[in-house]
Ligand binder design. Structure first.
Ligand SMILES: Cc1ncc(COP(=O)(O)O)c(C=O)c1O
Ligand SMILES: Nc1c(O)cccc1C(=O)C[C@H](N)C(=O)O
Length: 404
């Protein structure tokens, strides 16, 4: 069995059109299956950061806001992310954290719902994914409280039935951070719209791993981080998508001088900028942002459809190897088997998962542990290969056999 799966991995790697991309990353002999938490370092980033620090900052200093393109970086880099999430140019702005962008998007969605209806018409409810990564839930709760709305946590499957004329906005995750379940963005967005509400999607676990189709599916607002499948580095800035025809109605709860129509007018009253810059707040985090810009160069010539095809092949193969190597009954996958419902990770429920993950890391296989009992393995198609997958499952089998 071992030899068979190893041979299969070899063949899959030989046929992999993305295999060459791995050389564009700084990696070692560790099997790195944690790119859904922190993506690996693209090899061109250190040189770029050195140039940004020593030449752009060190020598050009203040001139770099114009001459090195610092001022326009949030929209320029937004336009580089846009095709990866199915958005035309001019709708994505990079900056701040995902958490901050969730706040902007949810409050802006509530304000859009309010402005679209006669005063007091009663859109007083916000729906939020009950299984969400916690930060989204905390922020939605605060946004609801600040705007006098009620927050109603529901699972994504319950959303269609929960929608009503009371719903103002719905905050959902495209891929669940714990289970890796891919939610049906097209049909949920359509259901939200049919109820007259606004849909906000968190793309943290889907952008760079699978096609999102923001424009195609008429998503209203979306946010995401850039340090997972986009490999921007620890704390790299997040992004905000506002659909073009909604941009004039985007009323930011965090208007800053960078989102002013005339930032250097230094005026006392706020006039919002047109287009994507309206989503900015204050001075962009240039060092992180330009590291991200360099990191995004690995996407040159890569189609997100090819990435998705490889991602599904990797997760299928991992499940096959786990079934072959792991002693019966020791793990249970909580990630859906159906391709249409799977993101780019596999989450295995396992007794003693915390200790098992420690042992895996000691043996050169890095995934992560999510309490109370989940082993999480993320598969980044740009740098994970099929031999990595076979080895990870084999080591998992050995660790579990030892602790039987
Ligand atoms: C779905 C989701 N939303 C938000 C975040 C984090 O937000 P922030 O980038 O503000 O830390 C994460 C992971 O950290 C996440 O998985
Ligand atoms: N953002 C993180 C961080 O600053 C430290 C450790 C982990 C993270 C993560 O991104 C966690 C991740 N969102 C998750 O899905 O669990």
């Amino acid at each position: 069995m071992k030899a068979e799966l190893a041979m299969k991995a070899e063949k899959l790697d030989a046929d992999d059109e993305l295999a060459g991309k791995r050389a564009e990353f700084v990696l070692d002999e560790v099997v790195y299956l944690d790119g859904n938490s922190l993506g690996a370092l693209p090899a061109n980033v250190p040189g770029r950061v050195e140039d940004v620090v020593l030449r752009q900052w060190g020598r050009l200093r203040i001139r770099s806001w114009d001459e090195s393109g610092w001022w326009t970086a949030p929209e320029r880099i937004g336009d580089r992310i846009a095709p990866l999430v199915g958005a035309a140019a001019g709708q994505v702005v990079v900056g701040d954290s995902t958490s901050v962008n969730v706040f902007k998007a949810v409050v802006a969605a509530i304000r859009m719902a309010e402005s679209a209806e006669p005063a007091g018409s009663g859109r007083d409810e916000i729906l939020v994914d009950a299984t969400t990564f916690p930060t989204d839930g905390y922020i939605a709760e605060s946004a609801a409280r600040m705007t006098g709305r009620t927050l109603r946590p529901v699972t994504p499957a319950e959303v269609p039935a929960a929608l009503s004329e009371r719903t103002a906005a719905v905050l959902l995750n495209h891929v669940d951070y714990r289970t890796g379940r891919l939610h049906d963005l097209p049909s949920l967005t359509a259901a939200v719209h049919a109820a007259g509400a606004y849909a906000v999607w968190d793309l943290c676990h889907s952008a760079g791993a699978l096609p999102v189709g923001l424009d195609e599916h008429g998503v209203d607002l979306a946010v995401g981080c850039t340090y997972k499948y986009l490999n921007g580095g620890p704390g790299s800035p997040a992004y905000l998508y506002v659909r073009r025809d909604l941009q004039d109605r985007f009323d930011s709860p965090l208007p800053g001088w960078n989102s002013h129509a005339d930032p250097f007018g230094m005026r006392g009253d706020f006039t919002p900028a047109d287009g994507a810059p309206r989503g900015r707040v204050g001075t962009p985090d240039i060092l992180s942002m330009l590291a991200l810009e360099a990191a995004l160069e690995v996407w040159d010539g890569v189609s997100i459809e090819a990435v998705r095809a490889k991602s599904l092949a990797l997760t299928d193969f991992f499940l096959e190897c786990v079934a072959a190597y792991v002693p019966e009954g020791r793990v249970e996958s909580v990630t859906p088997v159906a391709h249409g419902e799977r993101g780019s990770q596999v989450a295995l429920r396992c007794e003693g998962a915390g200790d098992v993950m420690k042992a895996l890391v000691e043996h050169g296989v890095v995934g992560d542990f999510r309490r109370p009992d989940v082993l999480r393995f993320g598969f980044t198609p740009l740098y994970v290969g099929f031999a990595d997958v076979e080895r990870a499952a084999r080591v998992l089998g050995q660790v579990l056999a030892r602790s039987a």
